[in-house]
Design a protein around this ligand. Structure first.
Ligand code: URA
Length: 210
């Protein structure tokens, strides 16, 4: 678990939380925040040696290893994090997972999937702005691990303590290294499963109420 501890991230999160922030500004801030979080989340991205010549001398650097990382935004709100992530990892591939929560049971339902069947050897980065109850994230992580992903990082803008506990507990038996990177851990969930103080419904604030 990595909680970003950076004044610039806290500054941008404050504007993101503010209910007066309009959708265009919210989208721009979400992208900027993801780029900052992605810098931390990709610290251990897989690389391989790469021999080059500078104008002065031959040397060996590194480049991203193959297969390239797979970025998986959880539809719909995770889409608002995609551009910010791809800015840092432009050669990554993107798979989509559509999940929503049943507002009564708060359980996650998968309604769309555009992912390679075989994820063997893939390093995967899940994008979902809010780690609230953790139900969606647990399902998404299992989905990827069942298809062979062998290293999974989830990037969220905000997390609730209850969600972190649920993910940790529900995935105790996971055989795959798992990393959670978040911009902040808030106080709690309210009775509707919203993060407090949070930022409201991330999908609605990004794209409007539909
Ligand atoms: N999903 C959201 O968009 N916001 C919350 O606070 C919790 C879940």
């Amino acid at each position: 678990m990595h909680i970003a501890d950076h004044q610039l991230i806290s500054h941008k999160l404050t504007y993101l939380r503010d209910k007066r922030t309009d959708s265009p500004t919210f989208r721009r801030l979400a992208e900027e925040l993801v780029t900052l979080l992605a810098y931390e989340a990709t610290r251990d991205v897989r690389v391989e040696p790469f021999a080059i010549e500078t104008p002065v001398a031959p040397t060996t650097g590194i480049k991203l290893a193959n297969p390239k990382p797979l970025v998986v935004p959880i539809l719909r709100a995770g889409l608002g994090m995609l551009e910010g992530m791809m800015r840092l990892l432009p050669s990554a591939e993107v798979g989509f997972l559509g999940m929503m929560r049943n507002e009564e049971t708060l359980e996650a339902i998968t309604y769309a999937n555009r992912l390679p069947e075989d994820l063997s050897g893939r390093q995967c980065y899940i994008l979902d702005p809010m780690l609230a109850t953790g139900g969606t994230l647990v399902d998404a992580i299992r989905y990827l691990a069942d298809r062979g992903a062998d290293d999974i990082t989830a990037i969220t803008l905000l997390a609730a303590p209850e969600g972190i506990l649920h993910v940790t507990d529900a995935l105790k038996d996971l055989q795959v290294p798992l990393q959670l990177v978040t911009g902040a851990v808030d106080e709690r969930l309210n009775e509707h499963g919203y993060i407090v103080p949070g930022l409201g419904d991330a999908g609605d604030r990004l794209y409007g109420v539909v």
